[in-house]
Design a protein. Structure first.
Length: 139
């Protein structure tokens, strides 16, 4: 009985911790903005906005595999990742732009954004360091 109770408590703690995860929308420190709206973020990720307000190109970075962070990010912007992928396929075929750079994990994401002028992406807030700029926190 005690083992069952302990297992239930651990499971509930995991759910609470997991559900409180926050996602940070991050960018290269050179981007000319300090905040971003949900609508602007969607416009970046569907390719409607291709340049920052200083005319430098936006470089989108995304995760290549399905994770909770990716799923929650796409829920926040109101689109499924499969829908965004189909938008980018259409844009590539018509020569309207390049799709996001896809990376495997958070460390790669942060390093790529830190060293790529104009880059924007997202990651678990707990993993963010001072090499990138946080534009928005998704709760």
């Amino acid at each position: 009985m005690k083992v069952k109770l302990l297992a239930t408590i651990i499971f509930l703690l995991f759910l609470v911790i997991h559900s409180n995860a926050q996602i940070a929308v991050i960018a290269n420190k050179s981007v000319p903005v300090d905040t971003i709206s949900k609508v602007e973020l969607l416009d970046f990720y569907i390719g409607d906005i291709k340049e920052w307000n200083d005319n430098r190109p936006v470089v989108l970075v995304d995760f290549s595999t399905a994770t909770d962070t990716k799923s929650n990010f796409y829920k926040f912007i109101g689109r499924r990742s499969s829908r965004i992928k189909s938008i980018w396929i259409k844009k590539m075929l018509s020569g309207e732009g390049d799709p996001p750079i896809f990376l495997e994990n958070t460390d790669e994401m942060i390093r790529k954004i830190a060293k790529t002028p104009g880059a924007i992406g997202y990651a678990d807030l707990k993993e963010i360091n001072k090499t990138v700029k946080v534009l928005l926190v998704i709760k």
